[in-house]
Design a protein around this ligand. Structure first.
Ligand code: 5GP
Length: 114
């Protein structure tokens, strides 16, 4: 399976995932290999390969993804302590799945970049 199809099939509920939120624009589900007590992926319901493919027409989806990520952080009660939102892009950014996704990570002190 092309790896972008994994997320397409999760959105369409053709393969199992712990979906915690879905609306007409985005789907949020638990990462299969969590790097923190809370590790949720937020994806658009339509295919965008990476952040390089954000354009004038589709850019509003990022605001909605961000809004939903913060809302989930509040629901999971990690917002006060803090969390991290990440989008990896391509090889050097560490993107493994070629389908734009936002990571929401929290529930523990995350390692600093510096
Ligand atoms: P990336 O490295 O592309 O930014 O992140 C991809 C993420 O997708 C990884 O954290 C990985 O654990 C997660 N992942 C890969 N395959 C699956 C899957 O089949 N189901 C779920 N829920 N997460 C997946």
């Amino acid at each position: 399976m092309q790896n972008n199809l994994i997320f397409e099939n999760i959105i369409k509920k053709k393969i199992p995932a712990q979906i915690i939120y879905q609306d007409e624009k985005v789907t949020a589900f638990k990462d299969i290999n969590p790097k923190a007590p809370v590790h949720i992926l937020i994806v658009p319901n339509f295919f965008i390969a990476s952040s390089n493919d954000i354009n004038k027409k589709n850019k509003s989806i990022l605001g909605h993804m961000f809004y939903i990520a913060v809302d989930i952080a509040k629901q999971k009660k990690i917002s006060k302590e803090g969390y991290r939102i990440i989008i990896n892009c391509n090889k050097n950014g560490g993107q493994e799945i070629n389908y734009l996704h936002m990571h929401l990570l929290g529930g523990k002190k995350l390692k600093s970049f510096s």
